[in-house]
Design a protein around this ligand. Structure first.
Ligand code: ATP
Length: 229
């Protein structure tokens, strides 16, 4: 179980953007985190993945726990090693590196597992296998998103955290990403999915949380929330 409890986050020592956020991702589940621009979704993910410090943010109250153990004092690579893979905003593949080099960088935190990581990712994304020697910067937006997801899978995370994977992609590509997330989950990885595309997220999630200005305003089974959309 990945649990965020009563989390408060401040940027630049003064700007309070999370005001007591709690959410849970059970093992093997798909959970959606929804909300308008600026609600605090990305900030929540940064807190879970150890990336707040990079953005001058700080947890001032609350905790993040993995199986009952606090992880909010670990640094980002330690959190990856603890079993949490991340696909943060904007894809950010290394444009000048090849597809395979990008994947190898993703596997760095668990270097011994790189060969099996490559097998798994190429199994899930045959297109990446075909293009393994191609420079990542020449891939389409959807292919780069797949590479970013593949890179996060290289350490065989128990939890995969994604920040708006459908952003800016054509509907057909969004559907492909959705199907891939379903397959990744079927293989045993739990998913925490931040989306503004609520319809897409609610189709694959079992449970959803809606953030509004730094607080969870609604949470419940995804099917029920979908009906109120
Ligand atoms: P979006 O979909 O636009 O990314 P979001 O729900 O992910 O929205 P956050 O990006 O977490 O929201 O932003 C929450 C609030 O924190 C916003 O008011 C934003 O301006 C502010 N914020 C985000 N990052 C920083 C930062 N590094 N320094 C100061 N304020 C920030």
């Amino acid at each position: 179980m990945l649990a965020v409890e009563n989390l408060e986050v401040v940027y630049d020592d003064v700007l309070l953007v999370l005001k007591g956020v709690s959410l849970k991702v059970p093992d093997g589940a798909v959970v959606a985190l929804l909300g308008a621009n600026g609600a605090g979704k990305t900030t929540t993910l940064r807190a879970v993945t150890g990336l707040l410090g990079l953005h001058r943010g700080e947890i001032t109250k609350g905790r993040v726990e993995l199986d009952g153990r606090r992880i909010d004092q670990l640094d980002a690579p330690e959190i990856v090693r603890a079993g949490i893979g991340q696909v943060m905003e904007g894809r950010r593949v290394f444009a000048e590196l090849s597809v395979e080099e990008n994947l190898r960088v993703g596997g760095y935190a668990k270097a011994k597992q790189i060969p099996e990581g490559l097998d798994r990712v190429y199994g899930l994304f045959p297109l990446l296998a075909e293009r393994r020697r191609q420079v990542a910067g020449y891939l389409s937006g959807g292919e780069q998103q797949m590479l970013a997801i593949g890179r996060a899978l290289m350490t065989s995370p128990r939890y995969l955290i994604l920040d708006e994977p459908s952003l800016g992609l054509a509907p057909l590509v969004v559907a492909q990403i959705r199907d891939l997330l379903v397959e990744i989950n079927r293989q045993g990885t739990a998913v925490l999915l931040v989306e503004q595309n609520a319809a897409m997220a609610l189709r694959i999630a079992q449970h959803a949380f809606v953030l509004e200005v730094g607080r969870v305003s609604v949470s419940g089974p995804a099917g029920e929330l979908a009906q109120t959309q």
